[in-house]
Design a binder for this molecule. Structure first.
Ligand code: NAD
Ligand code: ADE
Length: 437
């Protein structure tokens, strides 16, 4: 079996310096690491992780190793790998399979290599690993499963039966897992880390709010002030990006399908419109819906010369690349981060990061301090699975409330922030039903 499959092991020195920087920012996770070093709660566990290969993921996986686990890693996106970090993680003893710029075949082969390590616990960001495993288990054939089989060989049921649980990092992954659960097909318990409060109140809006704009700036260096920025989807992610774009002086328009989210956007002071109308005046379009073909041919037809398109949702399906290809007479790679589509009438439309997660492809993903929350939850959830392996139902499970609150509490501690405590009288008062006006 390949020990690793990365771009270049000689990048390790650069990667090591980045890991050290991130360790300095991820103070909660480092506290958890200290405890894991002593208690070894993950002894005998083999973890296969399908996560963006970034310095923050590196800090998480080193922590799991310190807890006694053997770890293999493949990327959750073909373009998000930081190759220097991948090289440093190989030096740490992690079996890493992935580099920036994977073809579809290579992407699934990396999943195959990670699975060859026969995990007892899986970690996903977008559910590609868990969904591939389930397709193999149910004999559902596709090009993806054929690529994985090319590495794994014929599927042996013991692979999936040996898994005691998994974790899922993002909204799109949780949606896919719930669909699997609804069909009664989920073969092991998976904890929806995304749905914890200390994840989706911070990572999704604050993390993506900053890092998506970081990606757009690194790709274009465009001025946001005075621009018409159209954000499609005003959920956890879209609302965060909207706030940050407004902070830079942009005129922000929200496009939504949910009346409650749309109303919220109105009351937060944003312009709300249909995409069909906003397509005519937008300068920068950012998708954050988790949905398919959200910006498509009919919208490209109306866009101004010079319009910029970026996606912050998990999959590269939100902006229809197919329609862009059909409508354009020419496609030019302006830089590694930006492609120009020249329309037949001469208008130019720019697509960033190949329509993939703009914050991870054109920048470095969320800042380490935000990932400290998400990945501390991940570490504690993996420990929870190891401790409770025979008690968990084969369902999509919520993060235990005590873990969710503990991560927030520890984060406040690392920030030297002390919060108020309820008095005994206040606790009693909050439990009363007889007191009135
Ligand atoms: P969410 O469910 O909170 O928000 C999605 C919103 O999009 C909803 O309000 C929904 O009504 C709206 N929507 C759906 N289809 C639409 C359409 N056709 N037009 C307009 N609005 C539409 O989800 P979220 O947590 O904000 O996540 C959104 C996406 O971002 C997911 O794919 C998620 O996995 C991904 N994500 C990415 C990052 C990142 O680092 N880039 C981080 C977290 C989440
Ligand atoms: N998702 C968003 N930002 C990330 C990061 N910095 N590392 C791993 N996954 C991420």
């Amino acid at each position: 079996m390949r020990e690793f499959w990365i771009k270049d092991p000689s990048y390790a020195n650069e990667g090591r310096k980045k890991l050290e920087w991130a360790e300095g920012q991820m103070k909660v996770l480092m506290k958890i690491r200290e405890r894991f070093q002593k208690d070894k709660p993950l002894k005998n566990q083999k973890i296969s992780a399908c996560l963006h290969i970034t310095k923050e993921t590196g800090v998480l996986l080193k922590t799991l190793m310190e807890g006694g686990a053997q770890v293999s890693l493949c990327p959750s996106n073909p373009l998000s790998t930081q190759d220097d970090v991948a090289a440093a993680l190989v030096e740490e003893g992690i079996k890493v399979y992935g580099f920036r710029g994977l073809t579809a075949k290579e992407y699934y082969e990396c999943i195959g290599y990670a699975l060859l390590h026969k995990p007892t616990i899986t970690m996903d960001d977008g559910a590609d690993l868990v969904s591939t495993l389930h397709k193999l288990a149910y004999g559902i054939r596709g090009v993806d499963t054929e690529y994985v089989k090319g590495i794994l060989g014929n599927f042996d049921e013991r692979l999936i039966n040996g898994i005691i649980g998994g974790t899922e990092e993002t909204t799109t992954g949780v949606i896919r897992l719930k669909a699997l659960e609804r069909k009664g097909m989920l073969k092991y318990p998976v904890i929806a880390v995304n749905d914890a409060k200390s994840k989706n109140l911070f990572d999704n809006p604050i993390g993506t709010g900053q890092s998506a704009i970081d990606g757009i700036l690194r790709a274009t260096n465009v001025l946001f002030a005075g621009k018409d920025v159209v954000i499609v989807g005003f959920g956890q992610v879209g609302s965060g990006i909207a706030e940050r774009a407004r902070g830079l002086g942009a005129k922000v328009t929200i496009v939504e399908v949910d009346p409650i989210k749309a109303l919220k956007a109105v009351m937060y002071g944003f312009n709300v419109d249909t995409l069909s109308r906003a397509a005519e005046y937008g300068d920068i379009f950012i998708t954050a819906t988790g949905n398919i073909n959200v910006i498509r041919g009919e919208h490209f037809e109306k866009m101004k010369d010079g319009a910029i398109l970026a996606n912050a949702g998990h999959m590269d399906v939100e902006i229809s690349k197919r329609d862009l290809e059909i409508l354009a007479k020419e496609k030019v790679e302006v830089s590694k981060l930006m492609t120009l589509f020249r329309m037949r009438d001469g208008r130019k439309i720019y697509l960033l990061g190949d329509g993939r997660l703009v914050n991870l492809v054109c920048a470095e993903g969320h800042p380490s301090e935000v990932m400290d929350l998400s990945f501390s939850l991940q570490a504690l959830c993996v420990e929870f699975i190891a401790k409770n392996k025979d008690k968990l139902e084969k369902k999509v499970l919520i993060v235990p409330e005590d873990i969710d609150r503990e991560v927030a509490r520890l984060k406040l501690d690392t920030m030297n922030i002390t919060i108020e405590e309820l008095t005994e009288e206040q606790k009693r008062y909050l439990n009363e039903w007889q007191v009135g006006t």
